[in-house]
Design a protein around this ligand. Sequence first.
Ligand SMILES: [Zn+2]
Ligand SMILES: [Zn+2]
Length: 343
Amino acid sequence: MNIRDSLLAALIAFNVFAIGTSESAATEAKDQITILYDAFGTNDAMTKDWGFSALVEVAGKRILFDTGNNPEIFAANVKVKGVNLSDLDFVVLSHRHSDHMAGLSYVLSVNPTVKIYAPKEGFGIYGSSLPSGFYRKDEALPPEMRYYGGKPPAVIKSGSAWANANFELIDQTTEIAPGITLISLISDAPGTRELKELSLAVNTAEGVVLLVGCSHPGIERIVEAATGINPRIHLIAGGFHLVVAPDEAIAKVVTALKDRFKVDAVAPGHCTGEPTFAALKTAFGDSYLYAGLGTSISVGTSGNTRRGEGPTLDDLATYRKLAAREDPFGILRSRGLRSGSAL
Ligand SMILES: [Zn+2]
Ligand SMILES: [Zn+2]
């Protein structure tokens, strides 16, 4: 009886262990973000170039977020990582800058019918449409001087640079699948005023996993919009667009992400900027997830791995001490040593 009981206990223990292992292995295999295009990284088999692309495997979906700056480099990087682009659920193009969408021609060459979400912009590169009522009419003119001879179609369509691509244009923040939202915001920054950008928010059990392309509308605005989906932000990956920002602006954003939004972890890349990498690393410690080219970041919706490790309180205490100082991240001091170097 004792032997039978212990045998049973052993079997149960083994079984539970086996299920736990396979489940966590399955979760790890699925829930990850793989950086396919960026200008920094440690994978020598891949080519570094300015631009961004990531394969997002979260919540049972395979989503390609942006497509990089050059189709040949993108194709080569995709092959090195063994990523299959023919079974994507969909593609998201964050915005119309070429460092995020020039690889689309390669995606279409292997998957011509894939659904592509892109921002809706008047006469934009993704194609668009306008009601013909948008222009003023002059009935007194002879037909040959009137647009469409005076009989315009109800809707005037503008073409796309990828004529046969399966675009779905997004005009406002939209939940495109259960728990998967495209946040649509418009930049007000000089140089990109009126540029529309989509960010991908996946609402997981651990909070929002947020992918940002270039954050032209401002990383704080995007994160604030994401908290409308779920106040807990689990992870932000992508370009925070602080690549030319002054130190004060960097410190303000880092403080907002850490203190105001209480973001669990960051995986910054692309246009985040080198001084911002340094500031985020100081502020987030072990919750700064390295996201160089070729890296796969485990998103882990169970959250146990990151929670278990988390020296969060220590980090926060250190961070608050640093934030109270005049030059919290030592950026001003190090910049002073390189005085005259303008970005
Ligand atoms: Zn951009
Ligand atoms: Zn960019």
